[in-house]
Design a binder for this molecule. Sequence first.
Ligand code: FMN
Length: 217
Amino acid sequence: MNLDKLMSKHLSRYLDPSKAIPEETLQQLLRFLRSAPTSTNIQPNHFYVLATPEGKERLANNLGDFDNGEKILRASHAIILTTRVDLPESHVEAVFSKERADGRFPDLAQQELRESMNSDFLGFLGLPRMYGDENMNHWMEKQTYMVLGMTLMAAAELGVEAMPLEGFDPVCVDEAFKIRETGYTATVLMLLGYPDPAKVYSNPISRFESDQLFTFR
Ligand SMILES: Cc1cc2nc3c(=O)[nH]c(=O)nc-3n(C[C@H](O)[C@H](O)[C@H](O)COP(=O)(O)O)c2cc1C
């Protein structure tokens, strides 16, 4: 990956509507979304992959009071990254049971130790004490952003432009795709495609200086 390029480039707001991502590249990115790590392996996400004009239009027309519609319609694909609204015991059990089926640990004793420690962390001894049961979505959305960040880098490696979008009303998107009913809510969008050459910014990016950002001790 060209790290210098990544550090000096603007996110493309406008993608080239005439260019679609090859299916194989899309599948690589989806595999990446699926395999990104999350804290305690909680995997709190479900992804809506909008590849059809109808799917993208549905999203573009249901953003609430935000004007990101055109950006979405110009993308090859739009992905809605959704996150669990709450963390029921059944979800934690599903993680443990998949880990067992996949042979995540070499022996049962280690798996059981892991389950006991993670249950403490995720249960009343740990996270809910810090966040409150009603705010566990906040913790899970942190995982979603890490998945997003890693996927932005994977897209760069694959030569695809990935554009994150927060400019939408989750209530409207949830409603349009019946997401809440599934126990999830829309967290952030990711558009995929190739930059529109007519709309590439060439002026420098603006970031705080290092001395404002780093403390060395
Ligand atoms: C998580 C995230 C969400 C963003 N959402 C939007 C958005 O909804 N609309 C938009 O025009 N830009 C959006 N951006 C782009 C940022 O505004 C942009 O990256 C930032 O202002 C820095 O500008 P630059 O990428 O041109 O350097 C988003 C960026 C990130 C990382």
